[in-house]
Design a protein around this ligand. Structure first.
Ligand SMILES: C[C@H](O)[C@@H](O)[C@@H](O)[C@H](O)C(=O)O
Ligand SMILES: [Mg+2]
Length: 457
């Protein structure tokens, strides 16, 4: 096990910040149900006795970030005083302990705000581990033996579909060719699609402009938001289809706007525009509803994509078992961080379902690239039908921002999980005391939050 020496690795501090960006001002990130998101995160810094640090985050849409921050604070007691090396040598056990505290689990279990807080903490620990090993996270994962890798996963609730032994076998079967796939990733990166052209709050003019921009950057896959008004959707999707031509790919995303029947009817009417997938057509919890939509749309060549709000590995298991997802969209900041996500990739491989991660938000592109590179090197060994979402926002706030060239993510090489934010960003955008927020309150651009929201340390 590549576990670092224990010396100096006692965890002495966990800091958590509420960081928000005023993206709602430009309609960036808007969709049918999240009409005014301010892209935000709960940002965790874990510090060891010898001064090493790991950074992690979970993505939120503005209001409510303070609740995630409070939840991280109330979980500190499970981690402070523990030695990071001990955590890494029994990572599954540690993960179980923070997701199953006998009192806090009543708030979930393994879903909602408690699981978002777990994701932020767990992501900071993986970043710390990768930094201690002096490797980007994807290389740390790739270099682990199958046994080491599965030792980080809690298999409870999924053994009916995937046992530890099966997971080891999947990883062992893909060992041949691993080195050449790593070389391939370093040379060619990983293909991306763009969501930037089609936020719901964008005018037709802006959509056209952005189609031109992303076509010229080499993109072949374009995602457009739908779900509020059919005539508007048809017009906007036709516009995009006309611009990109029939040889490129269109995806549509309803962000949970419809009931099951409505989703089927709406999508049948959009079918002439040849969308490749419909994303989040209905409630993210409706496994059988998604399966019904998938069956109804299969004859039209439209698959169902979902996962960005899938609560945990158990829900993913059922989506995969039921045929409710043809594109599995893990989210790096939602289910309980890297450990749980690894189990979803392994289940998806068993069901031969393509993982096309959700990204964008704050830091999601930075994180998810590591997971998808590991998948190519060690799990699916294929890029067929797989794409990484790319949203060109908030990257400038990271020390090691993701890089996309010719519509492909460039494999990160700096140690860690690419999660560290710039000190300048924290000064400006910490909520509500950051200098930019103070300016916006003063200028009346946003109202001052009330006392209850003032949770930054
Ligand atoms: C509120 C957010 O921008 C969502 O609209 C976004 O994550 C979206 O669903 C996506 O697939 O990128
Ligand atoms: Mg989406």
């Amino acid at each position: 096990m590549p576990v670092p020496n224990r010396n100096g690795l006692e965890i002495v501090n966990i800091d958590v910040k509420d960081v928000r960006f005023p993206t709602s001002l430009g309609g960036h990130g808007s969709d049918a149900l999240h009409t005014d998101p301010n892209y935000s995160c709960a940002y965790v810094t874990t510090t060891t006795e010898n001064g090493k640090q790991g950074y992690g985050l979970t993505f939120t849409c503005g209001r409510g970030t303070e609740i995630v921050v409070l939840t991280v604070r109330s979980m500190k007691k499970f981690i402070l005083g523990r030695n990071a090396a001990d955590i890494f040598s029994d990572f599954a056990g540690f993960w179980r302990s923070i997701t199953n505290d006998s009192q806090m689990r009543w708030l979930g279990p393994e879903k909602g705000v408690v699981h978002l807080a777990v994701a932020a903490i767990i992501n900071s620990l993986w970043d710390l581990w990768a930094r201690l090993e002096n490797k980007p996270l994807w290389r740390l994962l790739v270099d682990m033996s199958p046994e080491e890798l599965v030792s980080t996963i809690d298999f409870r609730y999924i053994t009916d579909v995937l046992t530890k032994e099966e997971a080891i076998k999947i990883l062992k079967d893909k060992e041949p060719g691993k080195d050449s796939r790593v070389k391939d990733l370093l040379e060619n990166g990983y293909p991306a699609y763009t969501t930037q052209v089609g936020w719901l709050g964008y005018s037709d003019e802006l959509v056209k402009e952005l189609c031109e921009k992303y076509l010229s950057l080499g993109f072949k896959h374009f995602k457009v938001k739908v779900g509020l008004n059919f005539e508007d959707d048809y017009r906007r999707c036709s516009l995009v289809r006309k611009f990109i031509g029939d040889d490129k790919f269109l995806m549509v995303d309803a962000n949970q706007a419809w009931s099951v029947d409505e989703a089927i009817e709406w999508m049948k009417k959009l079918a002439p525009l040849k969308p490749m997938w419909i994303e989040e057509p209905t409630s993210p919890d409706d496994v059988l509803g998604h399966a019904a939509i998938a069956r109804a749309l299969e004859p039209y060549g439209i698959g169902v994509a979902t996962g960005e709000m899938c609560a945990n590995r158990v829900m993913f298991k059922q989506f995969l078992q039921s045929g409710g997802m043809q594109y599995c969209q893990i989210d790096s900041a939602r289910i309980g961080g890297v450990n749980e996500i690894l189990s979803v990739y392994l289940m998806a491989e068993k069901f031969k379902t393509a993982v096309c991660p959700h990204a964008g938000g704050v830091g999601l592109c930075e994180m998810v690239q590591h997971l998808q590179l590991w998948d190519f090197a060690r799990v699916s060994a294929s890029r067929r039908g797989r794409l990484l979402e790319y949203v060109d926002q908030q990257h400038e706030h990271f020390v090691d921002p993701c890089r996309v060239l010719a519509a492909a993510y460039v494999a990160p090489t700096a140690p860690g999980y690419s999660t560290q934010m710039l000190p300048e960003t924290l000064k400006k955008f910490s909520y509500p005391n950051g200098t930019e927020w103070q300016r916006m309150f003063k200028e009346g651009i946003f109202p001052m939050p009330d006392e209850a929201e003032l949770v930054n340390e």
